[in-house]
Design a protein around this ligand. Structure first.
Ligand SMILES: Cc1cc2nc3c(=O)[nH]c(=O)nc-3n(C[C@H](O)[C@H](O)[C@H](O)COP(=O)(O)OP(=O)(O)OC[C@H]3O[C@@H](n4cnc5c(N)ncnc54)[C@H](O)[C@@H]3O)c2cc1C
Length: 499
């Protein structure tokens, strides 16, 4: 086999961690292939609470290193993708029977000062009798604390990261499953199979296993007979989506008697996202589903704080994901570490296998940087770290806030309504103009599929974001699945079948 045919790296898994590693590697001049068996972000990376956060709760478990690392990432990521990441204020009501106010104040003081915060506003105390933020809450809550984190469209973060990897030369294979990988002449020989059963073998100097909840299973398979040194603890987490529960663009952090916290977060335009749960998970991660008892738990958590009572039949949608956590021997699922381990097996000159165990959306860029650092001794041509100041596709909106960017677009495309431009801005950032280019009126956007989706945008998703089925567009490239009728969804499926 020619060295010419050997890639520097093959990455298995198109979730946030595989995407981040492929992007970082391609930007350092490496020849990279990324393969994803279904759609990008179709597993855990679209099932998160969608926070770019330090993780206030982890301070209680003394995870200072993780919290600091994550806090620092908040503003780096915010600057890299201001169209899909935004600052979010969290209101945490003080509950007499739970954590003492002094403890909360101390935690928030550290949270404010550990991560070099420059853009996000600091913590303050709120008097619910005077603030409109107290209005949706039960009368027994008099005071609370307000702190900052960020919100992210997780599935879009993945696809934009993959777009950036492709722009930098990475080969992107969607719908290709890695079926086997073996070391051969100091390199990896990796067998892939597509949805139609066609096979392809890729030779690579390094193999990155970023298959999320399946990482331990794959690592054990590739490292036969010894198996991997690390194991995963799979922990299910579920969310429900309810019609908007309160006015305002802030979130609430509700403490529960079991020590957990539940978030209520403004979602899309007219919904509230509520989550999450923490339950040990066994079985196939691809089949994870919310249970009736989780829905009850989330509804009763919310009803314990809000004047408005919430019950399971109010939920308009729900989703579950499996957290691939490093097995640190902790019994309580909610206390298992959220930090990651990069398990590099390159002893005795063997071809390196790097498996990702754990990790959060928030730390994906840092994780990728560390992965490249660890693998660079095997890849002498590997360039230096570069992602800390880089912008993701669509993120160059000229330093403007969303409203100002929408106003700029309205000036350029006066025929397009504000609602449409606002969604384009939130979804595509500066790439909104790629869809609007050469359009002089609404008819130029092509066939109308409803809820502001036109054929030109569908073509954009297909040509630039690898969308190949209605599900990809309805639930990952957008969340229009929440508001579209069955007939509208079917029209999109038919469009994909005919294109
Ligand atoms: C309920 C919940 C809430 C969370 N909330 C947050 C949060 O608010 N903020 C935060 O920072 N983090 C959060 N997380 C954590 C975060 O979502 C995950 O750590 C992260 O998404 C994991 O990404 P990943 O790329 O490792 O895995 P995944 O997203 O699961 O990606 C792995 C990919 O590999 C693919 N794959 C598997 N096997 C193969 C194969 N053989 N061949 C090809 N492809 C394969 C899968 O299809 C999948 O797409 C949350 C997690 C959960 C479950």
């Amino acid at each position: 086999m020619d060295d010419f045919d050997t890639k520097d790296m093959i990455v298995i898994g198109g979730g946030i961690n595989g995407a981040g590693i492929a992007r970082d590697a391609a930007g350092r001049g490496l020849d990279v292939t990324l393969c994803e068996k279904t759609d990008f972000a179709s597993a855990t990376s679209s099932a998160s609470t969608k926070l770019i956060h330090g993780g206030l709760r982890y301070l209680e478990h003394y995870e200072f290193g993780l919290v600091r690392k994550a806090l620092v990432e908040r503003e780096i990521l915010l600057k890299s993708a201001p169209h899909i990441i935004r600052p979010l204020r969290f209101v945490l009501p003080y509950h007499r029977a739970l954590r003492p106010a002094l403890l909360i104040r101390a935690g928030l003081f550290f949270y404010d000062h550990m991560g070099g915060r420059k853009i996000l506003p600091a913590t303050n105390q709120v008097n619910f009798r005077k603030s409109p933020k107290g209005k949706p809450l039960k009368a027994q809550f008099h005071i609370g604390f307000e702190y900052s984190d960020c919100w992210v469209d997780d599935a879009r973060l993945v696809v934009l990261t993959i777009m950036d990897a492709a722009r930098k030369g990475a080969e992107i294979l969607k719908g290709w499953r890695c079926v086997s990988a073996k070391r051969c002449d100091g390199k990896w020989s990796v067998l892939l199979e597509d949805n139609a059963g066609r096979g392809r073998t890729i030779h690579a100097k390094t193999l990155v296993n970023a298959s999320g909840a399946l990482a331990a299973e794959l690592a054990n398979k590739f490292e036969k007979p010894s198996g991997s040194r690390n194991q995963l603890r799979l922990v299910k987490g579920s969310h429900i989506i309810l019609p908007k529960l309160y006015d305002g663009d802030h979130a609430y952090t509700f403490q529960e008697a079991d020590g957990r916290i539940i978030f209520a977060i403004p979602y899309e335009l007219n919904f509230t996202l509520v989550g999450t749960t923490d339950m040990a998970f066994q079985g196939n991660p691809d089949d994870v589903k919310i249970s009736a008892s989780e829905v009850d738990y989330l509804c009763s958590a919310i009803s314990g704080y809000l004047r408005k009572s919430v019950s399971p039949e109010h939920a308009v949608w729900q989703y579950s994901g499996v957290r691939p956590l490093v097995d640190d021997g902790e019994e309580d699922a909610s206390q298992v570490t959220r930090d990651y381990i990069l398990d590099l097996n390159d002893w005795d000159g063997r071809a390196p296998l790097l498996s990702v165990f754990g990790g959060k959306i928030t730390t994906y860029r840092k994780l990728a940087e560390q992965a490249l650092h660890d693998l660079s001794r095997h890849l002498p041509q590997c360039g230096p770290a570069w992602t800390a100041d880089a912008i993701l596709p669509g993120g160059d909106i000229g330093g403007l806030c969303h409203d100002d960017y929408i106003a700029e677009l309205q000036h350029e495309y006066p025929w397009a309504g504000r609602e449409l431009l606002a969604r384009y801005t939130r979804t595509h950032g500066s790439h909104a103009t790629d869809i609007l280019a050469n359009c002089a009126n609404e008819a130029d956007l092509g066939k109308r599929f409803g809820q502001g989706l036109y054929e030109k945008e569908l073509c954009y998703f297909k040509d630039h974001e690898w969308a190949s089925a209605a599900e990809d567009v309805l639930w990952r490239r957008t969340k229009l699945g929440l508001v579209m009728s069955a007939t509208e969804k079917e029209a999109i499926a038919n469009w994909f079948n005919g294109n």
